[in-house]
Design a protein around this ligand. Structure first.
Ligand SMILES: CC(C)(COP(=O)(O)OP(=O)(O)OC[C@H]1O[C@@H](n2cnc3c(N)ncnc32)[C@H](O)[C@@H]1OP(=O)(O)O)[C@@H](O)C(=O)NCCC(=O)NCCS
Length: 210
């Protein structure tokens, strides 16, 4: 596990995707992606650094920030295995090293919504969390109005553990609640019929694909 914390060239494979950390050389396409997805991400990702990007240089700073955070927060791009196209961004954050517990977050590139890619990428991320990072627990939270997001959690087999009603404002000043999902190590082991995800520490990968 400690090797993973130092090694940023981790690569996780699933049926249609591979996941890898971002790198500074992703800046040009990441900038274009951020422009294209601004409206798509405005409602539920308004706090995401991707929303602050206004130039290639901004994109580079965001990507370098993600890279420097590796070991504390793991930001992974999910790419199509066939053509290297960017599909989704997956976030794995450390909630509690002692347990350990990790939190998952994500967004999909708008052109790839509704094709099961995020579910596939999150399952691969859960495999990484439980098998490689040794998690006792994985968690996920989302707005109670974000049905696409909580359906991902449900499809991945995470349990709804809590619902805080009307506990925050939307970007437009309305109120909404938050749903909390969790999965225990024992639950992951019980559903390991899903066979992902080769995880390798590979040499540097060129962008955006291979
Ligand atoms: C939330 C979000 C990531 C969900 O993305 P998504 O594309 O709906 O999720 P998936 O990739 O798992 O796709 C699921 C859909 O693909 C369909 N699908 C097709 N093939 C599939 C497969 N092999 N496996 C699973 N689902 C499949 C499912 O039936 C489902 O369809 P539906 O939309 O008609 O219900 C996306 O809507 C998004 O980026 N939103 C904006 C940002 C955001 O909300 N982030 C989360 C904040 S908590």
């Amino acid at each position: 596990m400690f090797e993973i914390l130092l090694n940023k060239s981790v690569r996780i494979e699933s049926k249609r995707l591979f996941l890898r950390p971002f790198q500074a050389s992703d800046a040009e396409w990441y900038y274009a992606m951020s422009l294209k997805n601004k409206e798509h991400l405005r409602r539920y990702e308004f706090g995401n650094p991707v929303m602050t990007i206004e130039s290639v240089e901004d994109a580079r700073k965001v990507l370098v920030g993600m890279s420097l955070d590796w070991g504390k927060n793991f930001f992974l791009g999910a790419f199509n295995r066939q053509n290297g196209e960017f599909i989704a961004q997956i976030y794995i954050g450390v909630v509690n090293w002692g347990l350990p517990e990790y939190r998952v977050g994500y967004f999909v590139e708008q052109g790839h919504e509704g094709q099961g890619y995020v579910t596939e990428a999150v399952l691969a991320a859960l495999d990484f969390i439980f098998e490689t990072l040794g998690a006792q627990r994985a968690s996920l939270e989302c707005s109670d109005t974000n049905s696409r997001s909580y359906h991902v959690a449900e499809r991945c087999g995470m349990l709804r553990e809590a619902h805080f009603r009307q506990n925050k404002h939307t970007p437009d000043g309305a109120v909404e609640g938050t749903l909390f999902f969790g999965m225990l190590r024992s639950e992951w082991e019980a559903r390991r019929a899903y066979k992902p995800a080769a995880i390798t520490l590979s040499p540097a990968i060129s962008s955006p694909g291979e």
